[in-house]
Ligand binder design. Structure first.
Ligand code: ZN
Ligand code: ZN
Length: 214
């Protein structure tokens, strides 16, 4: 989707290229720390919490067609180990590069795609709007690519015990023999009860017999 909404220069993810100028070869470096937008990362897996700081380092280079944006984003991502469900924190470094074309670049030399025609091609292209560009889609793609699809707390996390759910990394010798102990206890109990009952019963019978004889 080409962006239709006008860019707002007050949005921290919108950058201004006016200072750079349109002379090819001109360079500008800038850094900015922003609050992470919502859902920055892989949803339900790992991501940068909304509002957490994201450090941006950008290099803007004026080229014939527009502005080439190269940069790095650094932030701390939070998620959950897919094996043992413990919280996972990850220092994230995501690189990106994209050309933002001048809107009128198409007027010179290039074949203009009719709206709706060749829409897929258009989706992949980014344009400057009044000298501004929106870094957000670029940042989102870069962050997702830099994050693991299956984060783990440690490379060889053994996960959880299938019997009781205990975290095996905390207790490597974890095993279950509770069933055997219970079985042994039941057997012992059954044995002693049988002996006692026999004695009581025989004693009672004897007593009754004595009373009847009198
Ligand atoms: Zn784990
Ligand atoms: Zn267990």
């Amino acid at each position: 989707m080409a962006s239709n909404a006008r860019l707002d220069h007050r949005n921290p993810l919108v950058f201004d290229t006016h200072e750079l100028g349109r002379r090819p070869g001109a360079l500008q470096r800038l850094t900015r720390t922003i609050d992470a937008p919502r859902d920055l990362g892989i949803q339900g897996v790992i991501g940068v919490p909304e509002g957490a700081p994201v450090e941006l380092e950008l290099r803007l280079e004026s080229v014939m067609e527009g502005v080439l944006v190269t940069g790095t984003a650094r932030a701390t991502a939070e998620g959950e180990c897919v094996r043992c469900l413990e919280p996972v924190e990850l220092e994230l470094e995501a690189d990106f590069q994209e050309l933002f074309s001048y809107p009128d670049a198409d007027d010179r030399g290039r074949v203009i795609a009719e709206p709706g025609d060749d829409a897929e091609d258009d989706e992949d292209r980014f344009f400057l709007e009044d000298g501004l560009f929106d870094l957000e889609p670029l940042l989102r793609d870069a962050v997702v690519l830099a994050l693991p699809m299956q984060p783990v707390c440690q490379e060889d996390c053994p996960g959880l015990c299938s019997e009781c759910g205990a975290r095996l990394a905390d207790d490597p010798d974890h095993h279950h023999d509770a069933v055997d102990i219970r079985w042994a206890a039941l057997q012992g109990l059954a044995g002693s009860m049988t002996d006692g009952e026999k004695d009581e019963m025989s004693g009672a019978e004897a007593g009754v017999d004595e009373k009847q004889e009198k």
